[in-house]
Write a protein that binds this ligand. Structure first.
Ligand SMILES: Nc1ncnc2c1ncn2[C@@H]1O[C@H](COP(=O)(O)OP(=O)(O)OP(=O)(O)O)[C@@H](O)[C@H]1O
Ligand SMILES: [Mg+2]
Length: 471
């Protein structure tokens, strides 16, 4: 798309010649002859650049400049001036003009150069604004729900350590408990959240690659090193390097990392120059590092270096108070993302969610909610939309009792009256009844089918629909 340049000059000849110069370089030139016209046109149309003559009758260049910068602060304005008026141009630069151009008979090349430079500045400014917005979005994206007392404690630790820019942090927690969100929250609450947050999963790359990714290399350091490359330590300079699954780091990289943590310097592979970077290391593990140390698989000294500030994230099953706040948080997120309008959960669905044990922790809860939202037809999530994928111990105790109503509403079972919203759908009743039969038959499907008075294949078909919901 061609750039649009507005030329504002009461000298018709000059304006036309400027327009021709620009058009020969592929720009689109538009000419007006007064400040008033310029302001009018700017209201109606968009431009990438304005070339503005300073001395014009009526609204002069200075006033027009003021008007443009007040209404369109990001629009690039280049002042046109005669050589004897250079001081005016400098004054204009001090008052918001982006550049100036001295009028002359052979200014073609100069016009083109100045226009290109101004447009490059404009596009860099745009890029910068975009990056800032993306950073802000990135920061907003990682919201940490912390309702339970244990997670509130975790949050207090996060707030404290975030301020200590150089402190190393070790985050320990089962898979899906939110280690990465915690790491990002630490970064986002640190004094420089706009700086880089670089993450590397130490288990996802072969050992040799982890080393070159982290520390970088010089040209010729190994056969494939055709040119020098910065490592992640350098890329993260000023910010945070998140080393996920640190337990899988091999011993030689562990030694290098230890050296970095102790001396804050490192060398690219193949280099003898010590480099210094200013970063925070956050490591995460879902394994027992102390055990790895005792087995000789993880360096003890590195373990102590990393373990200065450990943050342990409890599994979701140990902080059930977080389940519903998280579930509602995900509903909001997916309503936005999937353009849905789910309002929440009915009582039975909420009960099931709270009772489940979540071997995959919050990631699993998130997936369960997303799936439920997609298949749910009503505004509230009902049990029939909930699918517990790992099928492990899905029913915590109060759920599978001999009483079907107790299965879905354990908390309310004793209440004499049923509120209308808790009325079970046929599908829910059927599911509960099938599960009850299965339980009574000790998991034997043939017997369960007999109990239910249906054929084996009918039961199999129904079970296929409930796949994953079964104990
Ligand atoms: N407290 C929380 N609040 C909101 N969302 C969370 C929270 N904890 C985790 N999540 C969400 O759960 C999912 C899993 O979290 P995350 O990737 O941080 O877990 P992890 O511990 O790093 O898992 P893994 O060990 O598998 O890498 C992510 O989508 C994350 O956004
Ligand atoms: Mg992770």
């Amino acid at each position: 798309m061609a750039y649009r340049v507005l030329i504002v000059d009461d000298d018709h000849l000059m304006a036309r010649s400027l327009s021709r110069c620009l058009e020969s370089e592929g720009f689109l030139g538009f000419v007006v002859h007064s400040g008033e016209d310029a302001m009018r046109v700017l209201k109606r149309e968009e431009f990438d650049l304005v070339l503005l003559d300073l001395s014009m009758p009526g609204l002069d260049g200075f006033q027009t400049l003021e008007g443009i910068k007040a209404d369109y602060p990001d629009l690039q304005v280049v002042i046109l001036t005669a050589s004897q008026d250079i001081h005016d141009a400098i004054w204009a630069m001090k008052h918001g003009a982006d550049d100036y151009l001295i009028k002359s008979s052979d200014m073609e090349e100069a016009v083109q150069l100045v226009a290109k430079k101004a447009l490059k500045t404009a596009s860099l400014a745009k890029e910068n604004a975009l990056l800032k917005r993306q950073t802000q979005e990135r920061i907003n994206q990682y919201c940490l729900v912390t309702e339970s007392s244990s997670m509130r404690l975790v949050y207090q630790l996060i707030e404290k350590i975030a301020q200590k820019e150089h402190s190393t942090v070790l985050i320990i927690g089962e898979s899906g408990t939110g280690k990465e969100v915690v790491a990002r929250t630490i970064h986002n609450l640190s004094p420089n959240p706009e700086k880089a947050f670089i993450d590397i999963s130490c288990s996802s790359l072969p050992d040799s690659l982890v080393e070159s990714e982290l520390f970088g290399f010089e040209k010729g350091a190994f056969t494939d090193a055709k040119s020098a490359k910065q490592g992640l330590l350098e890329l993260a300079d000023g910010g945070t390097l998140f080393l996920d699954e640190i337990a899988t780091l091999n011993l030689s990289v562990q030694a290098k990392l230890l050296r970095f943590l102790e001396q804050r310097t490192f060398r690219r592979i193949g280099s003898t120059i010590d480099r210094q970077v200013d970063i925070r290391i956050i490591a995460a593990t879902n394994r027992d590092l102390a055990k790895k140390v005792s087995r000789g698989e993880f360096r003890e000294d590195l373990f102590y270096r990393l373990n200065v500030f450990p943050i342990t994230i409890p599994p979701l099953r140990e902080r059930k108070e977080d389940i519903m706040p998280l579930a509602n948080f995900f509903i909001q997120r997916f309503n936005q993302k999937l353009h849905l309008n789910i309002q929440g959960f009915n009582q039975q669905a909420a009960q099931l969610l709270v009772n489940y044990t979540y071997p995959g922790n919050i990631r699993e809860l998130k997936n369960i909610i997303e799936r439920a939202m997609i298949i749910e037809d009503s505004e509230l999530i009902t049990p029939s939309s909930l699918h517990f994928p790992k099928g492990e111990m899905f029913f915590a105790e109060p759920i599978l009792t001999d009483d079907t109503s107790a299965y879905l509403q354990p908390a309310e079972a004793d209440q004499p009256t049923q509120q209308p919203e808790k009325f079970l759908t046929l599908a829910e009743m059927e599911k509960a009844h099938i599960l009850k039969a299965l339980k009574q038959a000790g998991g034997n499907k043939e017997q369960a089918a007999k109990l239910l008075g249906i054929g084996r294949s009918t039961l199999f078909r129904k079970l296929a629909g409930l796949e994953g919901d079964l104990p």
